[in-house]
Design a binder for this molecule. Sequence first.
Ligand code: HEC
Ligand code: HEC
Length: 425
Amino acid sequence: MDFQTGWRSGHGNMNHAPRHLFLFVTLAFVSFSFAGFVHGEEVSDAKPLAVVIGKQIFLDSTLSQPVGQGCFSCHRAETAFADSRPISPGAVKGRVGRRNSPSLMYAALIPGFAYEDVQTDDGTEVYAWEGGLFHDGRAGDLFEQVQQPFFDPNEMNLPDEETLASRLRDSEYAAEFRQWVGDEIWRDDQRLNYHAFRALVEFLKEPIFRPFDARIDDYLNGKAALTQAELRGLEIFRGAGKCADCHLLQPSSWAGPLLSDYGYDNLGVPSRGKKDAGLGGQTGEAAELGQFRAPSLRNIVLTAPYMHNGSIKTLKEVLEFYNRRDVEPERWGHTDYPVTVNREDMGDLKLTEQQVSDLLALMNAFTDRTLLNRKDTDDFPATTNETPSTDELRLYFPDWTHRKHPAYPGKCDPPSSLSRNAAES
Ligand code: HEC
Ligand code: HEC
C-alpha cells in the first residue's frame, strides 16, 4: 500500500546516528532507575489529549469495515492484551490471519528493527536482526505497526486512508480530537490519520502497559518474593534450560527485565498448514526462513495459546517442547522450515519432570500485579503510582515518531502540556 511505503521511507538511515544516543540514555536510565525515581516537579494527573484519544481509538469498534472490530477485539485485558484464540478472526466474516495475537504489555518498549552486532559465546562478532514489531519484525517500530491493523484485510479491513479519516470525524470523540489537532489538520485526511496513529502510540506507552510490578521484579530488587519451587525454576531458567540466553533476566534498556533479547530464531514449532516464512520473508535470506522474534515472557501465564501461530496450547506443553522436541518428534508433527531449526540451544535439554514443573512454577512470577488485581469489570488495569509517566521517560522510548513525514512537514506536535484539563478550561 502506498501510504505505508510513504511512512516507511527514510527509516533505514535513522538506525545509525541515534543508536549511540539510545545506548547513552539507556545507561543513564539504568543507573538512575536503581537509585529510585527522582521525581522532579509534581506532574498533574491530567492525561495529554493524545493519550485520551489514543485510548478511545483503541476501544472504538466503529472504525472497521464492516463495523464491529477494534484493537481491543484481539488484544484483551484479561489475556494481558493478547488473544486466547490461536488465530483471531478478522472484521470480515470468514477471514482470518495466520498468526497469534501478541500481548501489548511492554510492546512500546520493543527496540526498533535493526541489524546488530552480537558477541557469540566464543567471542566472535556476528550480525543478526533484532527488534521490530510483529512476529516477523516487518514494522520497524510501533508507529509503523499501529497503522497496519486498520487496512489489513484480515483485520479491520478499511479500503483506504480516506475512509479511516471520515470514520474518525464521525467518532464519539470527534470533538476532543478536533480540539487537539485544530481545524486545518482535522480537514486533511493524511494528517488527521497521522495524529490517530500518534495517539495510539502515546496510549501504548502509558504506565498501565509497563508496570514492572511482577514478583520477579521484586526478587531482582532484592526482596524474598519467590517460592522454593520458583527459585529452583529460576536456576534452570538461567542454567540447564538456557532460557535466559534469549529471554533476558537482566534489565537492559529499562528498569526491569523484558525477558527477551528480541532476537530471531526458528524453534521448529508445529506447522498449521500454509508455510510462514517469518523473518526470512522480510529479508529474503534463506537462513532466516521460519525465524520469529523472541517474545517477552512477562505475563506469559495469561497469554495462552503460544508461539507465533498459536500452535501450542499450554505453557506446560511449551516447556515439554523445549525439553523433548527432538526426542519425540512424532508428538509435535512437521514444522514449516526444518532446515533452519535451532537444534543447538533446545530440543533435548534432558530436564527431569521435576525440573520442568519448577520452570513452570517460575512463570507465575512473571505476571504483573496490576494485571492480577484488575477487576473483571474494568477494560484496563489500574495505574500504579510508582510507574513513571511517559513525559518523564520520553527520551527512552525506542521509537522515532517525531521523524518528519511528507504529510506533516516541519512542525512537531502541540506541546504535551495541552492536557485534557487545560483544553476544557
Ligand atoms: C483481528 C485481530 C486484531 C486486531 C483487530 C488488531 N490486532 Fe494487533 N495484532 C494481531 C495479530 C494477529 C498480531 C501479530 C501479527 C503478525 O505478527 O503478523 C498483532 C500484532 C500487534 C502488535 C505488535 C506486537 C508485537 O509484539 O510485535 C501491536 C503493537 C498491535 N497488534 C496493536 C494493535 C492495535 C493498536 C490495533 C488497533 C488499531 C490492533 N492491534 C488491532 C491481531 C489484531
Ligand atoms: C535461542 C533463543 C531461545 C531460547 C534459548 C529460549 N527461547 Fe523461548 N522463544 C524464543 C523464540 C524465538 C520464541 C518465539 C518462537 C515462535 O513464535 O515461533 C520463543 C517463544 C517462547 C515462548 C512462547 C511465548 C509466546 O508468547 O507465545 C515461551 C513460553 C518461551 N519461549 C519460554 C522459554 C523457556 C522456558 C526457555 C528455556 C527452557 C526458552 N524459552 C528458551 C527464543 C528462545
